[in-house]
Design a protein around this ligand. Structure first.
Ligand SMILES: [Zn+2]
Length: 470
């Protein structure tokens, strides 16, 4: 049975701010940092004179600042005080646990803005209004859509909590962090699901559906590999250009910013990809009412690959960029289970039907035992063997007449009908860019010609033109 458990999640929604909104948000984020800096200075003075102010002392210090010097909503100011107090408490517990650290001291330039529910943010006429206090112009944004990642349903605004508006320096974009209450499924059945993780297919899951059938779901990771490949190539290209520029020059600064932005964008996409993989895997787990999640243990495989000479240059890069841990974490979160790890050595070589060892080549597994002749997808074999080991302790062969139902899923949606054709027409991005540049050039020529013709036919008519301009 799957029970439901209350929990909080945070949706990160990128937003585009138009000219005046952008400037107001920028000024406010800047003022938020100034208030933080003042509070930090004040706190250090208090500590030096032997006092130890609490949460509400910091708050009353900040709210005692003249209103014209803190052009933010009162609640936003209060949350700055609470954040600072929390940072101090974290520092103290860390010190107590023997960790090194320093109380907040750094001068900040920019800080996220918090808007409390009902006071700081409000929804009117399908727009989200973020307030900077009475008498000041706030921000007005189109109402963002928040999708619950557990149920894929839209979260009503009544469920939203305290909203943060954050600036991501690397990606150079604004985003809203919207927390919402949600129900998380909690499995408590005794069915086992095994997970075999790989680079080509991030996850292959296997579960006994009944005595004669094993359900296997294989999730394809093509999208993830494409994102990483594009990022690696672009980083390489920018790095090449960087090596030919002078440190500190304008071109150098621009290239560094471009690199950061590109990496940040790729990170957002990869995070989304990992969520999609975990979502599909969680659907399999929940559909089978599993209560136990077992991963083949591949932890540490990416370490010391060069010294061990266990992989080539390209595979080493793939291994080091494998986001296996994050996918596991997301799957654990979305199923409400704590997955176990099980030694998976020889799980891809052992034949699940007869137990013979084979050396698979390519994506298909073929048993060379003449009496057996079992064939299956390679990742399905790994998942089935881990499943058997999780249940019986060793690789117990499955019966000869057991049916294996394999479902292939892509982590991210396929291309739509016409999309592939449209892409095929333009062979590569370069050609597409070239063709569009040519189109633009020709259309500009035409419009310039037309304008000239129109002007010559209308003749020199000064007053008319003036009227048109006015
Ligand atoms: Zn076999």
């Amino acid at each position: 049975m799957i029970a439901l458990m209350d929990t909080m999640r945070t949706a990160i929604v990128p937003v585009t701010l138009s000219g005046s909104n952008y400037r107001r948000a920028h000024d406010a984020a800047h003022h938020s940092a100034i208030l933080w800096n003042q509070a930090v200075d004040w706190l250090h003075c208090e500590w030096n004179s032997g006092r130890s102010p609490g949460k509400y002392d910091i708050q009353s210090f900040l709210t005692s600042i003249a209103p014209q010097d803190r052009p933010l909503h009162a609640h936003t100011t209060e949350i700055i005080a609470h954040d600072l107090h929390e940072a101090v408490m974290t520092y103290r517990t860390n010190r107590k646990n023997g960790m090194q650290g320093r109380a907040p001291w750094r001068k900040k330039n920019y800080r996220p803005l918090s808007f409390s529910k009902g006071y700081g943010w409000r929804v009117t006429n399908d727009r989200l209004n973020l307030s900077f206090g009475r008498g000041r112009l706030g921000l007005s944004l189109p109402l963002p859509v928040v999708i619950d990642s557990a149920t894929d349903a839209e979260v009503p605004t009544a469920m939203w909590g305290e909203i943060q508006l954050c600036w991501d320096t690397d990606a150079r974009r604004w985003s809203l962090h919207i927390p919402y209450a949600t129900e998380r499924p909690e499995s408590c059945g005794d069915v086992v699901t095994s997970v075999d993780e790989g680079i080509i297919n991030p996850m292959a899951l296997a579960t006994w559906a009944n005595e004669h059938t094993i359900d296997v779901t294989i999730i394809n990771g093509r999208e993830g590999r494409a994102i990483k490949r594009l990022r690696n190539k672009s980083v390489g290209s920018i790095q090449g250009k960087l090596s030919r520029t002078k440190n500190g020059s304008r071109r150098h600064r621009r290239l560094v910013a471009a690199k950061k932005k590109m990496k940040a964008k790729a990170n957002y996409r990869l995070r989304d990809f990992d969520h999609q993989v975990a979502r599909k895997a969680a659907n399999h787990v929940i559909a089978h009412n599993s209560g136990r999640l077992v991963y083949g243990d591949v932890r540490g495989i990416e370490r010391k690959t060069r010294q061990r000479r266990s992989a080539g240059r390209h595979q080493r890069q793939q291994l080091s960029q494998w986001s296996r841990g994050r996918q596991e974490q997301y799957l654990n979160e979305s199923t409400g289970m704590e997955g176990e790890h099980l030694d998976e050595s020889a799980s891809t070589k052992t034949c699940p039907a007869c137990g013979a060892r084979n050396r698979p080549s390519g994506r298909d597994y073929r048993c060379t035992n003449s009496d057996c002749g079992f064939t299956c997808h390679r990742d399905a074999v790994g998942a089935i063997n881990i499943l058997q080991k999780a249940i019986h302790g060793t690789y117990v062969p499955i019966g000869p007449d057991v049916k294996i139902r394999v479902t292939y899923l892509r982590a991210v949606k396929r291309w739509s009908e016409g999309q592939r054709e449209a892409h095929r027409k333009v062979q590569c991005r370069k050609a597409r860019a070239l063709s569009s540049a040519q189109n633009r050039a020709s259309s500009r020529e035409i419009s310039a010609c037309e304008q000239r013709q129109a002007q010559s036919s209308a003749g020199p008519s000064g007053p008319d033109q003036l009227v048109a301009v006015a």
